[in-house]
Design a protein around this ligand. Structure first.
Ligand SMILES: [Zn+2]
Length: 292
């Protein structure tokens, strides 16, 4: 594990979940805290100055799993966006909303739930000054309900607003909670005048044109496949199975299942609200079909 400089006082730690590091006059601002306490301990050993601030881009456990350790050991001041903040403070909300009710123990895992941790301040889009460093917080909602990115010195830490080619090859249909917001976030990334972009799961790059195209293509392919399948009415479970089969996805456990299910629900509400779908309640079955 090492710290790499991007520009000036802006650095990162390359990792399965990349961590942003901003040096202020006498402290460090972290962007996300990694999967767990062990990772956060290793991270702290690397830092040349004490960590005083932590900006969480969103509430997924691999981005805030180190929070509780950083809070208890270093009293780090933690900022996170509304909604994401509430999930970081009450992590049961994550498997709860994915399952739709009190989740079985199998879903109460470290992959879906970080240790609970108090958040000190809500992260709002706009300028934010931390000691002598000013960052710009941008809304990158869609992957999770209220995800944000952080721009500083023309470097944009873009969280999970954009998936790498490897991640797309692995998951085929990437996790989203809101398709329309995800597409709007891609537009915002396209308009950005930053020189460097760092997705959380991917490499630092100065050109995201190809990745934007690839991410949009996945959304277009999934949407088109759903519309094609729904030329004949389907229940949700039938649709999910046929869609996953057609993308060669093999779901291996309940965690993966609820993540895919939630993502396909995101597509259905998007396509319904955009006027492409209809639904009928027939004999206690909810049937989805394309709009006649
Ligand atoms: Zn995420």
């Amino acid at each position: 594990m090492e710290i790499r400089k991007i520009v000036g006082q802006v650095c990162y730690v390359p990792n399965p979940v990349n961590i942003g590091i901003l040096y202020t006059r006498d402290s460090v601002v972290l962007i996300d805290s990694g999967i767990d306490e062990d990772f956060a301990k290793k991270l702290c050993r690397l830092l040349e100055k004490p960590a005083k601030f932590l900006l969480n881009t969103h509430s997924h456990a691999d981005h805030c799993g180190g929070n509780a350790f950083l809070k208890s050991r270093f009293s780090v001041h933690i900022l996170a966006p509304e909604i994401e903040r509430q999930i970081i403070e009450s992590p049961i909300l994550e498997p709860f909303y994915l399952f739709g009710a009190a989740p079985p123990k199998e879903l109460q895992t470290r992959f879906l739930m970080a240790k609970p941790c108090r958040v000190d301040e809500t992260l709002e889009p706009g300028a934010l000054t931390l000691q002598d460093v000013t960052v710009s917080v941008v809304s990158l909602a869609g992957h999770s309900p209220n995800q944000v990115g952080v721009a500083v010195d023309k470097v944009l830490f873009c969280a999970d607003a954009l998936f790498s080619e490897e991640a797309i090859k692995k998951y085929r249909i990437f996790v989203m909670s809101d398709v329309k917001s995800f597409l709007q976030s891609l537009e915002l990334l396209e308009r950005s005048n930053c020189d460097f972009f760092l997705p959380s799961h991917g490499d630092l790059t100065n050109d995201i044109t190809g990745l934007l195209r690839l991410n949009r293509k996945v959304i277009e392919n999934v949407s088109n496949k759903i519309l094609k399948l729904l030329k004949t009415p389907h229940t949700f479970d039938e649709l999910l199975r046929e869609l996953l089969d057609s993308f060669n996805v093999e779901v291996k456990n309940l965690v993966q299942f609820v993540l895919y299910r939630s993502t396909v629900h995101a597509y259905l509400s998007y396509l319904l609200d955009e006027g492409h779908l209809e639904k009928d309640l027939i004999a206690n079955s909810l049937l989805w079909r394309i709009k006649a």
